[in-house]
Ligand binder design. Structure first.
Ligand code: FRU
Length: 465
């Protein structure tokens, strides 16, 4: 699988569709797979939702509930779930045509179980562009219209509609903004209040491949204003949702309860997605994350941290109120469940090194360099790394000028093949795949300075499958 698609919450159920090719473990003719959850932690596989047809493969897109039956495809009593996605026409591609991508619509009258393609597809045609995809549709409560944002090569396009079927192009954004190391993909746009204030801003997510801060694919964001037709920002520098190499194509839920803004990304990178050393478990999604906006150093910062529901599967196996570490005095904890655990603590805003290792000499090294304001993940010796050159080539870094507090919160979630790191409640996050030869069973904490660690807990996390 790859991108998360069609994320919508309805009647107590989180729907997660995703890019899926059922016949192989590498990318192929794309379908929409489907999974559902009532808590964002435990998921049930559902039958495949969308199959390729004569208009093409089913690429990424989104879903909404048409509660008022604006499309006429359902009824008010039984509203349609509507998916808007990209058709990628392989025949056109083989014939050397440019305009391979158009937007299609499908609807379900049984809450996502079975689907019908709309008979007048495509709903947004394309005659000139090579890259024209990944529509995100949502109801704009302020303008009382449907909005759609998609990407067209090096820019995002914003559309409006009253019925989800006919769309009007209103504006474009981005040709001269943000990172352009690769083509733009998988946009999303949504409002968020700045933490602790009444001020509201709009956040535009745009994935790019390649051109990420540590190579390959990554997701940038813009903070600005959106009046239902046009997105504007005076942001100058590029901002990244995640500094790890394995959080791509992430978008957010429509209609999440309690006004929460919930994000899920695909935990891989196009640099090596096809080559990871796995067989029947190729790719996973990131933990679902709650997004929020803060103002730090006078600028808007998007924070993302794991949803609180993760606490329902944890058992605390180790805890200590205080632990003093230094260069000479490292602490090593032997713990056999590190590859299904959560490690949480606070530390002073000073140097800190955290090493996961095992008896096979694999080691994964995280380091916070407070002086140079840099956080790094070194997975060069973390296990299997030689399946693709770019995987284990470099130390990955995040500049951390927004870690401004005297005490820093570290939350780290490790699974069999991934590590998700959240600093200060997700002011920075780094998501990385890892393939240790054996599970890590030693956690070493040390510092070049004298460091006081407080409230450390190691939780084992229950399997969710
Ligand atoms: C992003 C992406 C999308 C596209 C899909 C195809 O990973 O390239 O732009 O719709 O994957 O599977």
């Amino acid at each position: 699988m790859n991108d998360p698609n069609g994320m919508v919450y309805y009647k107590g159920v989180y729907h997660l569709f995703y890019q899926y090719y059922p016949e192989d473990i590498v990318w192929g003719p794309m379908h929409w797979g489907h999974a559902t959850s009532s808590d964002l932690i435990h998921w049930k596989h559902q039958q495949i939702a969308l199959y390729p047809d004569e208009l093409g493969y089913i690429f990424s897109g989104s879903a909404v509930m048409d509660i008022e039956n604006t499309s006429g495809l359902g009824t008010k009593e039984n509203p349609a779930m509507i998916a808007v996605f990209t058709y990628h026409n392989m025949e056109f591609e083989k014939a050397g045509k440019i305009n391979t991508q158009t937007q299609g619509l499908a609807y379900s009258l049984d809450e996502g179980k079975t689907w019908k393609k709309y008979e007048a597809n495509p709903i947004i045609n394309n005659t000139t562009l090579k890259d024209f995809r990944d529509p995100k549709v949502f109801w704009n409560a302020a303008t009382k219209q449907w909005n759609l944002v998609l990407v067209a090569g090096d820019r995002a396009q914003f559309y409006t509609s009253s019925n989800l079927l006919q769309w009007k192009l209103e504006s474009e954004f981005g040709q001269d903004k943000g990172a352009h190391g690769g083509v733009w993909e998988c946009p999303d746009v949504f409002p968020l209040k700045i933490n602790g204030t009444k001020e509201e801003k709009w956040v535009l997510l745009v994935s790019i491949n390649p051109g990420g801060p540590n190579g390959g694919s990554a997701t940038q964001y813009f903070v600005g204003d959106f009046d239902g037709k046009k997105f504007t920002t005076n942001q100058k520098e590029t901002k990244w949702v995640d500094y790890g190499t394995d959080n791509y194509a992430g978008v957010t839920y429509n209609d999440a309860p309690n006004g929460e803004r919930l994000f899920v990304g695909w935990m891989s990178n196009w640099n090596y997605a096809r080559n990871t050393p796995t067989t029947n478990w190729r790719s996973a999604m990131t933990l679902p994350r709650t997004l929020s906006l803060s103002k730090i150093n006078g600028d808007y910062v998007l924070q993302s941290k794991p949803v609180a529901q993760i606490n329902t599967i944890k058992t605390t196996d180790y805890s200590a109120k205080k632990m003093v570490v230094s260069k000479e005095n490292a602490t090593t904890l032997n713990y056999s469940n590190l590859n299904q655990s959560q490690i949480h603590f606070t530390a002073e805003n000073k140097n800190l090194k955290i090493v996961f290792s095992n008896d096979a000499n694999d080691s994964l090294v995280l380091e916070y360099d407070a002086k140079n304001k840099l956080f790094s993940v070194d997975r060069r010796q973390s296990g299997k790394v030689d399946f693709e050159k770019s995987f284990g080539e470099k130390i990955h870094t995040a500049p951390t000028e927004n870690l401004t507090t005297a005490i820093i919160d570290f939350q780290i979630v490790v699974d069999w093949s991934s590590i998700e790191i959240f600093l200060n409640g997700g002011v920075y996050s780094l998501t990385e795949q890892i393939f240790p030869i054996q599970p890590y069973n030693k956690l070493t904490i040390q510092s070049n300075d004298k460091q006081v660690i407080k409230n450390i807990t190691i939780d084992s996390l229950k399997g969710v499958w």
